[in-house]
Unconditional design. Structure first.
Lengths: 237, 248
C-alpha cells in the first residue's frame, strides 16, 4: 500500500471521533470518503495532511508528499488575478519560465485562458471554484485532497464543475481523496467509495464504482441505480 | 455635486465670519483683516527664502513620515511573526502613547540637532498609529488564506510579499492621508520650538515675536494649502495605482 491509513483512532476528550479507520487509496484514482455530516470526515483529512495528530494508528505515504487542496470555499486571494492566484502556489516550487508555461498550459487546457487577468471579485462562485480546482491540479503533487468542494454551489454549477474536475483528472492523473456527504457526488466522481458510519466513524463498506458508460444507456443507468441503492442502504443502517 | 456646493458654502461662511469678527474687534493683533493677511501672504511668498523654507519643512515631514511608515511596516510584520518582537514593542508603544507629547519634544530638543528634532516629534506621534494599523492589517487576514498557503508549502518570503504586505497596504490606505497631515502638523510644532534656520515653524514663531498676527494667519493659510496639496497627491497616487492594477 503506497497511500493509506491503518487503524486510525482519534478522540477529543471523551468524544471518540475515529474508531480504527483503515483505508487504502489507490494511485491515480478518486477515493470518495462518504459519510453523514459531522461524522469525522474532516478530522480524518486533517490527520492525513498532518494538521492534527492521531491518537493511534498509522498514516502511510503522505508525510513526504506534496499535496494540492480544494476546499468548500475557493480560498482565492482577492487582490490577485486568476493567473497570479495560480502562480502564488507555484512560486517557490519552480522558476519563472516553468511557472508561466504551466499556468498558460492549464488555462488553455480547460478553456479559461481569457480569464487569466480577471480578479476573483469579477468571477461567479462557480468560476472561482473552477480556478481553485485548477490551482490544485497545476500544483506539482501526486495527491489532491478535496474537502466538500461542491457544497456551496448551486445544482447547475455543481454538475459543470464535477465534469470539469473529471476532465482535469483524466488529463492529469493524481491520487485524489474527495470527502463528501452527497451520494450523487460520490457516484459521479469516485472510483472507490468508502462509506463511513455516524460518529465515531468506522468504515462500513468500501464500494468500487466501475463508471459504466455502456453503449446501452439502460445498463449504465441500472448499474448506477443499484450502486445508489446499496450506498443508501448503508447510510440508513 | 451637492456635497461640493455645501463645502464651498461652508468655506465662504468661514471667510465671512473672519471678515465680520475682524471688523467687530477692529484690532489687527487680535484678529487681522483679510486684506492685511493677504498683504503678508504676498510678502512671505515673494520672499527669496520662501522656496527654501517650504522645501526644508516638506523634506523634514516627508523623510520623517517615510521613516515612520517603513519602521511600522517592518516592525509590524516582524511582531506578527515573532512573539519576542511583539512583546518587546508593547512597552515602547505604551510609553509613546502615554508620555505627554511636550515632554518628548523637550527630550528631542536635548538629544537631537535643531533640524532633526521636528522629524522625531512627527515620528513619535505617527509611528504608534501606523504600527497598530499594520498589526491590525495582518490580524485581519483571513486565516483560511494563510492555512491554504501553509498547506501548499508557500515560503515565508512569498507569504510576506504576496499576502502580508498587500493586506497591510490596504489597511494603511485608510489612515495614510490623516497621519500624513498629523505628521506635518507635529513637525511644524517641533520647528516652532527647535527653531531650525529654514522652517515654517521658525517663521511662525518669528511672526509671533513681532506680534504680527496677519503674518501668523498668512503662514497658517500656507500650511493648510500645503497639507491639502499633499493629501491630494497621496489620494491621486493611490487612484492611479488602483487604475494601473485594474488595467494590468
Amino acid at each position: 500500500m503506497k497511500y493509506g491509513v491503518k487503524d486510525l483512532v482519534k478522540r477529543y476528550g471523551n468524544l471518540e471521533v475515529l474508531d480504527r479507520v483503515s483505508i487504502q487509496f489507490e494511485e491515480n484514482k478518486i477515493t470518495c470518503i462518504l459519510g453523514p455530516s459531522g461524522c469525522g470526515k474532516t478530522t480524518l483529512l486533517n490527520i492525513i495532511v498532518g494538521s492534527i495528530a492521531q491518537d493511534d494508528g498509522e498514516v502511510i505515504g503522505f508525510d513526504k508528499e506534496d499535496m494540492g487542496f480544494v476546499y468548500q470555499e475557493d480560498r482565492l486571494i482577492e487582490w490577485k488575478n486568476v493567473r497570479d492566484n495560480i502562480e502564488f502556489v507555484l512560486r517557490d516550487r519552480m522558476d519563472r519560465k516553468t511557472r508561466e508555461e504551466i499556468i498558460y498550459r492549464y488555462l488553455k487546457l480547460v478553456g479559461l485562458y481569457e480569464y487569466a487577468n480577471y480578479y476573483p471579485t469579477q468571477l461567479s462562485g462557480g468560476m472561482r471554484q473552477r480556478i481553485s480546482i485548477l490551482r490544485a491540479f497545476a500544483y506539482p503533487s501526486k495527491i489532491l485532497i478535496m474537502d466538500e468542494p461542491f457544497k456551496s454551489l448551486d445544482i447547475n454549477s455543481k454538475q459543470t464543475i464535477m465534469e470539469f474536475t473529471l476532465k482535469l483528472k483524466e488529463l492529469k492523473g493524481k491520487t485524489c481523496i474527495l470527502v463528501t456527504h452527497d451520494i450523487e457526488e460520490a457516484l459521479t466522481l469516485g472510483d472507490n467509495i468508502v462509506i463511513l458510519s455516524k460518529r465515531p466513524a468506522r468504515v462500513k463498506r468500501i464500494v468500487e464504482n466501475l463508471h459504466i458508460a455502456d453503449d446501452n444507456e439502460d445498463n449504465a443507468k441500472g448499474y448506477r441505480s443499484t450502486l445508489r441503492g446499496l450506498i443508501e442502504g448503508e447510510f440508513i443502517d | 455635486m451637492n456635497d461640493r456646493r455645501y463645502s464651498i458654502i461652508a468655506r465662504l461662511g468661514i471667510v465671512c465670519l473672519w471678515a465680520l469678527s475682524s471688523k467687530l474687534v477692529s484690532n489687527e493683533i487680535m484678529i487681522p483683516t483679510i486684506g492685511g493677511t493677504l498683504v503678508n501672504l504676498i510678502d512671505i511668498v515673494t520672499d527669496s527664502s520662501f522656496p527654501m523654507i517650504i522645501r526644508s519643512t516638506l523634506l523634514r515631514g516627508l523623510a520623517g513620515f517615510l521613516i515612520s511608515l517603513s519602521l511600522a511596516i517592518i516592525l509590524g510584520i516582524a511582531a506578527n511573526i515573532s512573539r519576542l518582537i511583539y512583546n518587546f514593542m508593547m512597552p515602547i508603544l505604551n510609553f509613546l502613547k502615554s508620555v505627554p507629547t511636550m515632554a518628548i519634544i523637550i527630550l528631542a530638543l536635548i538629544w537631537l540637532s535643531n533640524s532633526n528634532a521636528p522629524m522625531f516629534v512627527g515620528f513619535i506621534m505617527v509611528f504608534p498609529i501606523l504600527y497598530e494599523t499594520v498589526l491590525n492589517g495582518i490580524l485581519n487576514i483571513d486565516s483560511k488564506i494563510t492555512d491554504m498557503a501553509q498547506l501548499y508549502k508557500v515560503g515565508r518570503i512569498t507569504l510576506i510579499r504576496d499576502i502580508y504586505i498587500p493586506s497591510v497596504i490596504m489597511n494603511l490606505k485608510t489612515v495614510l492621508t490623516s497621519t500624513l497631515g498629523l505628521n506635518f502638523k507635529m513637525v511644524i510644532a517641533g520647528e516652532v520650538l527647535s527653531q531650525p534656520t529654514y522652517a515654517i515653524g521658525s517663521n511662525l514663531q518669528l511672526q509671533k515675536l513681532y506680534l504680527n498676527t496677519p503674518g501668523v494667519f498668512a503662514w497658517i493659510i500656507i500650511i493648510i494649502i500645503l497639507i491639502n496639496v499633499l493629501e491630494w497627491g497621496i489620494e491621486s497616487a493611490m487612484k492611479i495605482l488602483k487604475i494601473r492594477r485594474q488595467w494590468k
